[in-house]
Design a protein around this ligand. Structure first.
Ligand code: ADP
Ligand code: MG
Length: 686
């Protein structure tokens, strides 16, 4: 149960004064549904203004506060034209206060002709005239608000204004209870951070690094604690110790010897599975490092021990491909392999469900459909999750804990995860690394070319296809509208089809699954030579004969994504080529990304640099850690504070794993505060 003192914070936003049905919508769009969300909606930045005596003291572009006296109201020639109030400063300069749309109504009321007002806003030049568009504040002389020269700027959505959201934040802050400190006293003292309530208040008032860090640290600490609690709970649960006798694995006829890294990872996994505490292991290996075989061996261990194994893939396409591979490789071992996705219906589905129930199916490959309530296993003992980063980690952990006996879990990811984020996302998971590529791989030749040279590039593709090898052509999803992106991909497809005839297929995320699969099939079988695709091919597709990948508008992709896309080729023994097509205007970061792609193929290095570039906040502004599951901590803060939060959480867990001490109680409050209460629920009295 949530502690009572948090109730005011978990109240809905409509309990704030001034929030009715009209304001609720825009707040919701920002993810602000509860009072606490509003309190944690921290300013993106602050403006500082200069108070000036007259307009001669400032230049266009500056944020100012100045006394002006309206002299004339001018509505435009049409209702859509701006509404202007001409106003005069102390020495006779004229400045236009300009309003668009409905904002002009308030201007009429707030700016009576002949009465002096204090105006705060950004000074602009409009033709010969100075202007302030939609002043931030208008007040008469007595107002204290004008004294405030530093002001927060919040992320807005349509229907909200800065003063409105600032007002709501103020109300939310006024409701903050005093909470007992959950941070380790030594850390708290050393960092010189403010207490929780003060930190939130200060973070809204000005650029306050200590306050911001403290709040970010809270979030990281909550995350670490939750992961540790789930892990501890997992350890307490009974799994089943699986001893494979090697009989099935001995029958495998792999066309290659395992790499040292593969053999080591398999040993580590086998060791875990032999314990009755459930395994929780992350297999990290770059694209093409050979994770599938490792997964297969692990699944065969389960089968040898008389149990079942499931492989969960993030997409239909990938599930299908895994199924084909696993079935083919496992055939000599006699293990029965089935595919189950959301699309299987009727008879076929019934018979698979039957097989899982009676144990005649040993290995099932599928999408999340394999975990639906209607699916019952005779004895599911191992779950392999491919492309782990696509799933919410904690949710997955909980999901696999549904049964009475917890299955062993092997999570696999091809995204080399930077160290700091491994900690953030996977907490206490054990890690096996495939840090050695199968032998004989030639480095992929990577070139950056201007899109202007399209004709030349298409002829290059033609020569490539003439050798009998295949190619990918990746179109980006970059624009605001998915429809426009799709249109661009379709246009490219049409153009390439014109040139190459029927040997071109199109694959994108909006296609009906049957259509998509049919196109994939044709490419995998080699009937189609060229696949035009949006980034749906990012994950997993394995066609060794595809040795060229063209990535259009490469500057719009992140590093990690480019790396994944490039990894679609270079899987066979032929020399592979990656062409990065770029537009003519590149930001500095985009240039660095493309240069790095040319320079290295080391996924771990790319991941670190990607984090650094994104941490710099260039792509979308300041907050880039959202996809890592954080809402307060920025990527930069994640990197800087993660380890500390981890150690702090560890210490607390070691001393008081049941969170029953005074500080433990405080930590429970913290978990609720950051919606990590699934951690608390693993505890008695939680
Ligand atoms: P990923 O780690 O990206 O899932 P895959 O398991 O799809 O990689 O393997 C990529 C390719 O490398 C496959 O064609 C696979 O057959 C091949 N492969 C895997 N292990 C080895 C090995 N030890 N030696 C040679 N080729 C291998
Ligand atoms: Mg794979």
């Amino acid at each position: 149960m949530r502690p009572d003192m948090l109730n005011p914070l978990f109240a809905e936003t409509r309990t704030l004064e001034g929030v009715g049905p009209k304001l609720e919508k825009p707040l919701e769009r920002l993810g602000l549904t509860r009072v606490k969300d509003v309190a944690y909606h921290l300013p993106e930045r602050f403006v500082s203004r200069r108070a000036i005596a007259n307009l001669d003291e400032a230049s266009p572009g500056e944020q100012v506060v100045v006394a002006l006296t309206p002299v004339e109201h001018r509505s435009g020639p049409s209702p859509r034209a701006p509404y202007r109030v001409l106003a005069q400063d102390a020495v006779g300069n004229i400045c236009a206060l300009t309003y668009f749309g409905r904002a002009s109504y308030s201007a009429k009321k707030q700016l009576p002709v002949g009465e002096k007002r204090w105006i705060a806003g950004k000074l602009d030049q409009f033709g010969q005239m100075l202007q302030i568009v939609h002043p931030d504040h208008i007040a008469d002389e007595s107002s204290a608000a004008m004294g405030q020269l530093v002001e927060p700027v919040y992320a807005l959505s349509e229907g909200l204004t800065q003063p409105k959201i600032a007002g709501l934040a103020g109300q939310a802050l006024a409701r903050l209870p005093d909470l007992a400190e959950w941070i380790e006293p030594a850390v708290f003292a050393r960092e010189g951070w403010p207490a929780w309530r003060a930190a939130l208040q200060r973070a809204h008032q000005g650029d306050d690094a200590a306050a911001r860090d403290r709040l970010a640290y809270d979030e990281l600490l909550a995350n670490q604690l939750a992961l540790m609690l789930v892990r501890a709970d997992n350890r307490k649960r009974k799994g089943q110790a699986l001893q494979g006798d090697g009989s099935r694995r001995a029958k495998l006829q792999l066309p290659f010897p395992l790499t040292g890294a593969q053999a080591r990872s398999i040993r580590e996994i086998e060791g875990d599975m032999a314990q009755d505490a459930p395994m929780l292991r992350l297999l990290q290996g770059d694209v093409g490092a050979g994770k599938t075989v490792v997964a297969l061996e692990a699944m065969l261990v389960a089968v040898e021990a008389g149990a079942q194994a499931a492989l969960l893939a993030p997409t239909e396409i990938l599930a299908r491909q895994h199924y084909e591979t696993i079935r083919r490789l496992a055939a000599p071992t006699g293990a029965q392999v089935a595919l189950l996705t959301g699309r299987d219906k009727g008879r076929g589905r019934e018979s698979i469900l039957m097989g899982l129930l009676d144990g005649s199916i040993d290995i099932v490959v599928g999408t999340h459909a394999i975990f639906q309530d209607t699916v019952t296993y005779r004895n599911l003992a191992l779950v392999v999750i491919d492309e782990q980063h696509r799933f919410g980690v904690s949710q997955r952990l909980m999901l696999t804990q549904k049964g009475k006996r917890a299955p062993h879990v092997l999570a696999m990811t091809a995204t080399p995860i930077p160290r700091t984020l491994v900690l953030a996302n996977h907490g206490e998971m054990d890690v096996s690394k495939l840090d050695e590529m199968p032998p004989g791989r030639k480095p992929i030749v990577t070139r950056v070319m201007a899109l202007e040279r399209l004709d030349e590039i298409v002829e290059g593709v033609a020569r490539h296809l003439d050798t009998g090898q295949q190619a990918f052509w990746v179109c980006p999803m970059v624009q605001e509208s998915e429809a426009a992106d799709l249109a661009a991909a379709e246009a490219r497809y049409a153009a390439l089809k014109e040139r190459f005839g029927d040997g071109v297929v199109l694959v994108h995320g909006q296609q009906k699954p049957e259509v998509k699969d049919a196109a994939m099939e044709r490419f995998v079988r080699g009937e189609a030579k060229l696949m035009v695709a949006t980034t749906v091919i990012e994950v997993g597709v394995d066609v060794p004969n595809a040795t060229l990948v063209v990535i259009e508008q490469a500057e719009h992709f992140g590093l990690a994504q480019l790396h994944q896309l490039r990894g679609r080729v270079g899987r066979g023994s032929e020399q592979a080529v990656c062409l990065l097509l770029r537009g003519d205007k590149l930001s500095e970061t985009a240039k660095r990304r493309l240069a790095l792609m040319r320079e290295t193929q080391d996924g771990f290095r790319i991941a670190e640099e990607d984090l650094e570039l994104r941490g710099g906040g260039e792509l979308l502004g300041t907050r880039q850690s959202g996809e890592e599951g954080f809402s307060v901590a920025s990527l930069e803060q994640v990197q800087r504070l993660q380890q500390m939060a981890h150690d702090d959480a560890r210490l607390l867990m070691d001393r008081d794993g049941g969170l029953s001490s005074e500080r433990g109680e405080a930590a429970r409050v913290l978990l609720y505060l950051f919606d990590r209460d699934f951690g608390v629920k693993t505890l008695r009295g939680g």
